[in-house]
Design a protein around this ligand. Structure first.
Ligand SMILES: Cc1cc2nc3c(=O)[nH]c(=O)nc-3n(C[C@H](O)[C@H](O)[C@H](O)COP(=O)(O)OP(=O)(O)OC[C@H]3O[C@@H](n4cnc5c(N)ncnc54)[C@H](O)[C@@H]3O)c2cc1C
Ligand SMILES: *[C@@H]1O[C@H](CO)[C@@H](O)[C@H](O)[C@H]1NC(C)=O
Ligand SMILES: *[C@@H]1O[C@H](CO)[C@@H](O)[C@H](O)[C@H]1NC(C)=O
Ligand SMILES: *[C@@H]1O[C@H](CO)[C@@H](O)[C@H](O)[C@H]1NC(C)=O
Ligand SMILES: *[C@@H]1O[C@H](CO)[C@@H](O)[C@H](O)[C@H]1NC(C)=O
Ligand SMILES: *[C@@H]1O[C@H](CO)[C@@H](O)[C@H](O)[C@H]1NC(C)=O
Ligand SMILES: *[C@@H]1O[C@H](CO)[C@@H](O)[C@H](O)[C@H]1NC(C)=O
Ligand SMILES: *[C@@H]1O[C@H](CO)[C@@H](O)[C@H](O)[C@H]1NC(C)=O
Ligand SMILES: *[C@@H]1O[C@H](CO)[C@@H](O)[C@H](O)[C@H]1NC(C)=O
Length: 536
């Protein structure tokens, strides 16, 4: 039988196979030329071959694997890079960029690999990963209160190196020690000191970057526009950021932490509701975040909601207790709930390491991942109690798996910095940010789809309670659901949709900078800033 349908299907199939083999031989060809090109670079020749991994190298899989932090992008069907380069020095990066351009290879830049959507190591077209794992030196200058940090270092390594030299200096970056400097700083970067000192990107004072022409630039030679763009606009649209110079910040020799759990039976709804009137207004030394999850209650088959009030206070317990009694007496905090420690120990505490653990855990980069999907929201008006109760129902749903919400208080320094100071625009007027995340252990696409669909419904449920026009989002919690550049086509009108969510009015300036520094759109990915030439 040769019905019209089957015959057109077989010619489609033929076309598909044909174009597939064409595409793969074309890419094999490009990638051979690309490797040839690399090997011809002077100065780098003797070393660079030891830094290039193709799929034929036995260590390719483990090098790729090492910095994958989302198990959603580690399956056999996830597109893999043709080549991974792990540069040791500037000229290796220059060679990688020059040769990629010459041979039409797309480049992805990876520092710590924590991208929520795997964009530093996944692409739909033939691509090369420049993996900065070997560029991780950190130089701390205590007298000048500054540090130079290479992008491949982690924030745990940074905290460790600061603590080696001083217990009264710190840095306001994120919580999880394996997060990479390159993505974190270029996307904003916040942690337990954001109410006092702002974001990591707010404290960057110089940077080194390799641009699309293979040129090495510092703050002075790159100019203030590009220097502005890479502090929160995402580095990957502009070049490879090699290193950052930051201002260190003073921290008291004693800080106080507590972690207090409350459940539904302990009036969690009222407490969370009340927290919304307090968290962004209290003393900026106080960072009082809430972690929410659904747990089994005592009594079979019953569920409860647990809120963990996780706190860093930049001062001693004797100042904290009266402050809490005045501003948030409903929590019923006691001195016994509190622990005094050094700031560096608090970075361990927030990662649930037991007290007395060696600081060496901050250096631990042991690979490991489970699949997750995250999203973000900003809250400008307190959510009413009924709204919170509806949220608890969502968290109780079976498909929620291991879902968690984090409520991260703003105010303080965050409200003082202008929206256009750096590309990160979420400043005054935000009470808190929500981090929605669902994590699962089951393997396979079906489970992933089930949990992703759950978090999308949760996000829909939140619509009336969160920021609007735009519904703002945090770029470092990358979410491709809010919009992407189409494969190969980057149009201003389309990218504007997600662009204003991440950057508000700063998106236009980012487009302007992109047009100046990378008019041919060499550095691109699903959510990279488009140059104006691509405007339609
Ligand atoms: C477990 C976990 C905990 C987290 N905790 C926090 C937190 O407490 N606070 C917070 O603010 N965020 C947090 N994040 C989000 C994190 O800040 C972002 O995912 C960040 O972009 C990760 O940087 P990276 O270098 O590890 O990631 P990568 O995946 O390597 O890079 C992320 C993006 O930046 C680009 N990029 C990376 N390096 C460079 C470079 N050198 N030059 C140019 N572009 C570059 C990549 O191409 C990619 O687009 C967390 C993420 C995870 C997975
Ligand atoms: C080669 O390396 C040396 C030492 O690092 C440097 O001085 C020289 O400029 C480099 N030459 C080129 C062509 O990059
Ligand atoms: C490789 O590069 C390093 C610098 O990164 C240099 O010290 C060393 O001499 C080089 N080795 C060879 C064989 O050229
Ligand atoms: C990858 O394999 C090639 C060919 O066997 C070899 O020349 C190269 O040194 C290998 N690269 C690494 C990083 O081991
Ligand atoms: C990749 O990492 C996962 C999780 O750490 C591990 O189970 C797996 O064996 C690794 N694969 C390779 C090839 O290293
Ligand atoms: C890459 O090209 C630029 C010029 O486009 C040049 O200045 C630079 O030296 C090249 N990089 C290397 C490693 O040769
Ligand atoms: C809070 O609850 C978590 C479980 O969700 C538990 O691990 C932790 O020990 C509790 N904290 C305190 C102080 O009881
Ligand atoms: C919860 O709130 C009710 C009414 O406001 C109050 O009577 C009760 O003591 C509270 N329970 C706890 C554990 O705080
Ligand atoms: C919670 O309860 C369910 C059934 O009531 C049980 O299957 C599950 O293992 C429990 N989870 C935990 C973490 O105890």
């Amino acid at each position: 039988m040769n019905s019209p349908i089957t015959s057109s299907m077989s010619s489609l199939l033929f076309l598909f196979l044909f174009s597939f083999s064409l595409a793969s031989s074309a890419s094999a060809h490009t990638h051979e030329n690309f490797l040839q090109c690399l090997s011809h670079y002077p100065n780098t020749t003797s070393n660079i071959s030891q830094l290039i991994y193709t799929q034929a190298n036995s260590s390719y899989a483990s090098v790729l694997n090492f910095s994958i932090r989302n198990g959603r992008f580690s399956s056999p069907t996830t597109p893999k890079p043709l080549v991974i380069i792990t540069p040791l020095q500037l000229s290796h990066i220059q060679a990688a960029i020059n040769c990629s351009r010459k041979h039409g290879m797309q480049v992805r830049i990876r520092s710590g690999g924590h991208d929520y959507e795997g964009r530093s190591y996944v692409s739909q077209v033939p691509f090369v990963v420049i993996d900065l794992i070997n560029l991780r030196s950190i130089t701390v200058d205590v007298d000048e209160r500054t540090a130079w940090i290479e992008s491949g270092a982690t924030i745990g390594e940074l905290y460790y190196r600061i603590a080696e030299k001083s217990r009264t200096l710190g840095f306001p970056a994120g919580v999880c020690p394996t997060v990479g400097i390159g993505g974190h700083f270029s996307g904003g970067g916040y942690g337990t000191m954001l109410r006092k000192y702002g974001l990591a990107a707010d404290n960057v004072i110089d940077a080194h970057i390799v641009d699309v022409n293979g040129r090495f630039l510092d703050r002075q030679s790159m100019g203030e526009d590009l220097f502005w763009a890479i502090r929160g606009g995402g580095g990957a649209s502009f070049g490879v950021v090699l290193a950052w110079k930051v201002k260190l910040v003073p921290v008291p020799s004693t800080v106080t932490v507590f972690s207090v759990n409350r459940t539904l039976e302990q009036n969690v709804t009222q407490l969370v509701h009340r927290w919304q009137y307090v968290a962004d207004k209290v003393d900026e030394d106080l960072f009082l975040r809430i972690l929410l999850q659904s747990l089994n209650a005592s009594g079979e088959g019953k569920r409860t909601i647990q809120a963990t009030f996780d706190t860093l206070f930049l001062g001693g317990v004797d100042r904290l207790i009266p402050l809490m009694e005045k501003s948030f007496p409903e929590l019923g905090l006691t001195k016994e709930d509190c622990i005094e420690m050094s700031w560096i120990e608090s970075t361990l505490y927030f990662n649930r390491f037991s007290s007395g653990e060696s600081l060496d855990v901050l250096l631990d980069r042991t690979p490991g991942f489970i699949p997750f999907k995250g999203k973000s929201d900003y809250v400008k008006e307190p959510i009413p109690e009924e709204g919170l109760e509806g949220l608890w129902e969502k968290l109780h749903e079976e498909t929620a798996g291991r879902a968690q919400l984090l409520f991260i208080p703003y105010g303080g320094k965050m409200a003082e910095i202008s929206e256009s100071e750096i590309p990160f625009p979420h400043r005054a007027g935000n009470i808190y940010k929500i981090h929605h995340v669902v994590v699962w252990e089951e393997e396979g696409d079906e489970a992933a789809q089930r949990h992703i669909s759950w978090i999308r419904k949760l996000y829909a449920y939140m619509t009336p309670y969160v920021s609007k026009n735009p519904r703002a989002a945090y770029m470092n919690y990358r979410d491709l659901d809010i919009g992407t550049n189409r494969n190969g086509v980057t149009s201003y009108t389309e990218s504007n949709i997600w662009g204003i969510k991440y950057f508000k009015n700063n998106f236009n300036r980012l487009v302007h900078v992109k047009t100046m520094v990378d008019p041919t759109n060499f550095f691109r990915h699903e959510q990279s800033i488009p140059p104006l030439s691509a405007r339609v």
